[in-house]
Write a protein that binds this ligand. Structure first.
Ligand code: MGD
Ligand code: MGD
Ligand code: SF4
Ligand code: MO
Length: 762
């Protein structure tokens, strides 16, 4: 038995874990008090991680599809030689646009993403699709306009705010904020602090709140603009802050004054006096912040909602201060900046062939992918790599994805498990699990104190599985994009003592990349094959953190030193890298001061550009809009976070202690009209599909709304789907016009009672 440190891989908190392992298994899992941010906190899901590490769907060998549809084992060399050749043929014949990369990191594994993305460069393609493009790209787009870059990501200091507004998020179950359940209880206990929840369901979080605005699904844009209007009408905005930091407030103010407050509040169907109270108290609070998530990002007016919630803290001056919302630093950058208005060296952004869609933050939206594969044009997508994602269950319109993926000339899936997507692949490449390799996430999203956790391997890789850095580096070598050896760099890496500043190596790397500029895009694999080989404990995969740490220390010099790292302008970065490598419980990266937040702004004038013309147009258009779905009796929230769902990460259903069916929650009044009781079977029909469900009566949901959980529908060991395959009901076209992210929380449906036995597919 050994005791080790690691982190949870189930949500963006990545809580630090202290674990005991024996015979290749976790025998004990608890929160790690030494973790610099999570300090011992965990939720009930982490204790079950043995169900991720060891189960019957784990992949052990590369698999190749045979002509009869079955899979047979092949060697790595055979698989990668053939894949590389087929990629080169497709590139030669159809150009790089015929290739797309899907996924590249889930809730716990982003280190591999630094390597997998290189295959896009090798294919001369820009088409990176991932799950952020079905939830957060609208938000990133707004950040780009307000703060000058789509990489300016915001965080919220819920732990120190006097007044917290949760809109469309249920941190009690979904977490996403520091030590969620403790933090919620702290606010609830303190008579001087207030919590407001805006959610059509009386969620577990709403149960802790001082005020719950139980609005009608999809009406957030009305409610939030009414709150903003009340604030400016009553002169509660922070004029001093606006004058000092913001542009174009007058344009915004004019629009906000036009909002018909009473009408909009009525549309949202919440008490006007509560709304007025929230507007006043939020604006008058000493410190206030807003935390949002999918409830507004996957419903009507996604991007506009993101704009309005940000205006709440901006015009009240709750930005760049303790207890407010803030920008934060990134060590491992998971976002890019792709402003569709700007051109780079005279070249505009790459639009997709069929939908002419531009990327946001470097990401294309999965919603359009089936059309980009299926259209008749020469420049359609013909080859795809899927890595760390299960689009067959998680992207909108399962039927369209199945149809489209079957038309591909090449589908390669890099996975730890035999998933529903893997079953469609030409090749399945087995990845070592997240506890069998060096891993980390870029979910270091905090301010003023930010931390990073590099996880060490705890178990040997299962069977022949390999870490992604090795898989993708071998593919680049097979494609002859990089040579197999770099003798000079390897020699220098070996020469320098392990604890040195690696200055000789870094200098030689810079010279090599300057001389061979076509290798720059493969820096991760080159560093992996050279410096990586010289690191202890086979830590090659972590080698690209050295240049990132150097860059981070240069950009945030004072903050890194405040976090206790020592060194001068040349050596601080390597000291930070060493700390990251050595501290198994995670490392505090930086301690900023609040005034330094403004240095993270990317507008040229370092001011916030409040008026976004596209958003003001959409705001104006709300007045004459009719809510969609009026001809359906129910709005389905397709994808709720509950105590026992965790995206598609756990496949073995025995991990769940409750909710085996992933039941549909329905208000008792609605249920009685349909003669449904707890445990009844019913059929749920949307415009696109039908699934059978089991009913759970729940008076916390609004009448006219039903909910189904996300994270079910797996065919474990080839079984029938377990629980609802919700994306049989959703659609890629029912989406935000600007970001193309789906309205999963607003799916109009009919529900019918069924008396026969349940079948769970469409
Ligand atoms: N247990 C668990 N936790 C998770 C995950 C998981 O699978 N399981 N997944 C992780 C991931 S990837 C993500 S992105 C986060 C998501 O985390 P959240 O967004 O917080 O979780 P959801 O339950 O999807 O949705 C949040 C709330 O939105 C509400 N809602 C629905 N429609 C509307 C609406 O029209 N307006 C408003 N204002 N609210 C609405 C729902 O009732 C729900 O309470 O969770 C993370 N954490
Ligand atoms: N209708 C509806 N659809 C939704 C949602 C919703 O609320 N409603 N939520 C959406 C959201 S917010 C998200 S984030 C997505 C999540 O959906 P996806 O992006 O598809 O990601 P995960 O569910 O996290 O699946 C991760 C996959 O990675 C595999 N994996 C785990 N570890 C590793 C590893 O180390 N290497 C490799 N190569 N693979 C690994 C797992 O086996 C799993 O199959 O789903 C989205 N889909
Ligand atoms: S699921 Fe999220 S909140 Fe729960 S232990 Fe894991 S990282 Fe922490
Ligand atoms: Mo997500």
């Amino acid at each position: 038995m050994t005791s080790e440190k690691t982190a949870c891989i189930l949500c963006s908190r990545n809580c630090g874990l202290a674990v005991e392992i024996e015979d290749g298994k976790f025998t004990k899992i608890r929160g790690d008090e030494d973790h610099p941010l999570t300090k011992g906190y965990i939720c009930q899901k982490a204790a079950r991680l043995e169900h991720y590490q060891n189960h019957d769907d784990r992949l052990t060998h590369p698999l190749k599809r045979q002509s009869d549809g079955s899979f047979s084992q092949v060697s790595w060399d055979e698989a990668l030689t053939d894949i590389a050749q087929r990629l080169l043929d497709i590139r030669e014949k159809h150009g790089g646009d015929a290739f797309a990369f899907v996924g590249g990191g889930g809730q716990g594994n982003h280190l591999g993403g630094a390597y997998s993305r290189q295959i896009l460069s090798a294919m001369k393609s820009r088409f990176a699709y991932n799950s952020l493009g079905q939830e957060k790209t609208g938000d990133f787009w707004v950040n780009g306009r307000l703060f000058g870059s789509q990489m300016c990501h915001t965080t919220e200091d819920v732990e120190h705010a006097d007044y917290v507004l949760f809109i469309g998020t249920n941190p009690f179950q979904a977490h996403g904020i520091p030590n969620a359940r403790h933090t919620l209880k702290e606010i609830q206990k303190d008579p001087n602090r207030k919590m407001v929840v805006i959610d059509p369901r009386r969620s577990e979080t709403a149960k802790h709140a001082d005020i719950h605005l139980q609005l009608k699904p999809g009406t957030d844009a009305y409610l939030l603009s009414a709150i903003l209007s009340i604030i400016v009408r009553e002169n509660l905005h922070d004029r001093e802050f606006i004058k000092q930091h913001c542009n174009d407030f007058d344009l915004l103010e004019k629009e906000l004054l036009e909002i018909p407050v009473e009408d909009y509040v009525q549309r949202a169907d919440v008490p006007l006096e509560d709304v007025i109270r929230v507007a006043r108290d939020f604006a008058n609070a000493r410190t206030a912040c807003v935390r949002i998530d999918l409830g507004i990002q996957q419903t009507l007016h996604t991007t506009l909602n993101g704009y309005l919630e940000k205006l709440l803290y901006l015009i009240t001056g709750n930005f760049g201060k303790k207890g407010g919302n803030n920008l934060h630093s990134f060590l491992l950058p998971i976002l890019g900046n792709t402003d569709e208005r700007k051109t780079k060296k005279g070249k505009s952004l790459k639009l997709t062939a069929y939908h002419k869609m531009h990327p946001i933050a470097g990401i294309y939206p999965p919603n359009i992918l089936p059309d980009e594969i299926e259209h008749e044009g020469e420049n359609r997508i013909r080859a795809i790599f899927v890595d760390s994602a299960n689009p067959m269950l998680t992207y909108a319109d399962t039927q369209a994805f199945e149809r489209a993926f079957k038309k591909l000339d090449l589908l390669v899936v890099v996975e730890v498990s035999m998933t529903e997507t893997a079953r469609l692949a030409h090749y399945i490449l087995p990845a070592a699990s997240q506890f069998e390799k060096w891993e980390a996430t870029g979910f270091n999203l905090e301010f003023p104190e930010n931390a990073f956790h590099l996880r060490h391997p705890l178990f040997p890789a299962l069977g022949e599985s390999l870490p992604e850095p090795e898989i993708y580096t071998r593919i680049l070598e097979k494609m002859k994009e990089i040579p197999n050896t770099f003798p000079r760099l390897q020699r220098l890496a070996q020469l320098e003592p392990k604890s040195s500043a690696h200055l000789g190596y870094m200098g030689a790397l810079a010279v090599t990349l300057a001389r061979h500029s076509h290798w720059q895009k493969y820096a991760a694999s080159i560093v992996y094959r050279t410096l990586g080989k010289a690191l202890d404990n086979d830590a090659a995969a972590a080698a690209p953190l050295l240049p990132l740490a150097i860059q981070y220390a240069q950009t945030h010099y004072a903050a890194v030193r405040r976090a206790g790292h020592q060194g001068n302008r040349l050596t601080l970065g390597t000291a930070l890298f060493r700390a990251i490598m050595d501290r198994r419980a995670g490392t505090m990266l930086s301690k900023h001061e609040f005034t330094e937040m403004w240095s993270l702004m990317k507008t040229k004038d370092k001011r916030i550009h409040l008026a976004i013309p596209e958003m003001l147009d959409e705001l104006r258009a709300l007045k004459s809009e009719v809510m969609p779905g009026a001809d359906y009796p129910f709005i389905l929230m397709a994808g709720e976070r509950r105590s026992y769902n965790a995206n598609q990460i756990y496949r073995d259903p025995t991990w769940r202690k409750v909710d085996p069916h992933g039941a549909m929650r329905m208000h008792p009044d609605d249920a009685s009209k349909l003669e449904l009781v707890d445990g009844s079977r019913a059929s749920c029909q949307s415009a696109g599909g039908r699934i059978d469900v089991v009913i759970e009566i729940d008076d916390a949901v609004r009448r006219g709304m039903v909910t189904l959980p996300h994270g079910y529908g797996m065919r474990y060991k080839g079984s029938e789907p377990i629980g609802p395959q919700i994306n049989l009901l959703t659609s890629g076209t029912h989406c935000d016009a600007l970001s193309r992210t789906p309205f999963h929380k607003y799916v109009p449906v009919h529900i019918y009672k069924i008396n026969s036995e349940v079948t769970t597919t469409s």
